[in-house]
Write a protein that binds this ligand. Structure first.
Ligand code: GTB
Length: 217
């Protein structure tokens, strides 16, 4: 097995699939490529060996022979670019699918991440409670636009693509907020993504990994 990805030794979410190795696992499952997982403990994330793979000391990373990549979007793009099925062959359709990849990561994910930041990093601040409704409203604005574009289509632009893979991955992080359920077509879109056999395999693999018995030493 030549591909190795890195993941939290044990994700803080306990295997709910919210850490970003899940989207990389999903892409690898979609294209049918085996991979191994390098667990990275918290203290090891900022040590030289991991920093050599990831300059910001994060997960996921991707190694294939002499190639090492970081950034989940770049990794998913690399996988999609080198295997059939996650990006259309036709140049214009391919370019549109890549636009959706960027839109997921650059336009839709940032306000969603603000929810997590407000809860976990800023929750103790005196202004934290007042900020949350503003963040929710920004997320709603994006979801409204995305819902309008998706309409009653199954996927964002024709067949399922890496753009959908990243968009569904990003939207999944909203589930506990209840915001996704305000948009029935987006909730159904995410459910379609989760129902894909490749997603199920990726989810189960990360869950098994994150709930594996701790070794004694
Ligand atoms: N832009 C980068 C990418 O897309 O790859 C962002 C990578 C990133 O934020 N990685 C996080 C990380 O390594 C893990 S995924 N954090 C440690 C650090 O920065 O020191 C984010 C994440 C973490 C935990 C949960 N959770 O437990 O629910 C969900 C998501």
């Amino acid at each position: 097995m030549s591909i190795i990805i890195s993941a939290f030794d044990r994700s803080p979410d306990g295997g709910r699939g919210l850490a970003r190795d899940t989207r990389v696992r999903w892409a690898l499952e979609e294209v049918g490529v085996d991979y191994g997982v390098r667990p990275v403990a918290w203290q090891a994330m900022q040590e030289p060996a991991h920093l050599a793979r990831h300059p910001f000391g994060q997960i996921p990373t991707f190694e294939d022979g002499g190639l090492t990549l970081f950034e989940s979007g770049a990794i998913v793009f690399h996988i999609a670019d080198r295997h059939a099925s996650l990006l259309p062959e036709a140049p214009e359709a391919r370019a549109r699918a890549i636009s959706w990849m960027f839109a997921a990561l650059n336009t839709v994910e940032p306000p969603i991440l603000d929810i997590q930041t407000a809860m976990f990093q800023e929750g103790e601040q005196p202004w934290a409670k007042a900020r949350m409704p503003l963040i929710h409203e920004r997320v709603r604005g994006r979801l409204r636009q995305l819902a309008a574009r998706l309409g009653d289509a199954d996927w964002l632009d024709g067949a399922f693509s890496a753009g959908d893979l990243l968009m569904v991955s990003v939207l999944l992080r909203l589930r506990s907020s209840g915001l996704l359920d305000e948009f029935a077509n987006l909730a159904a879109y995410v459910a379609r993504g989760e129902a894909r056999p490749a997603y199920r395999r990726a989810f189960e693999a990360q869950r098994a990994f994150n709930t594996r018995p701790q070794s004694a030493g």
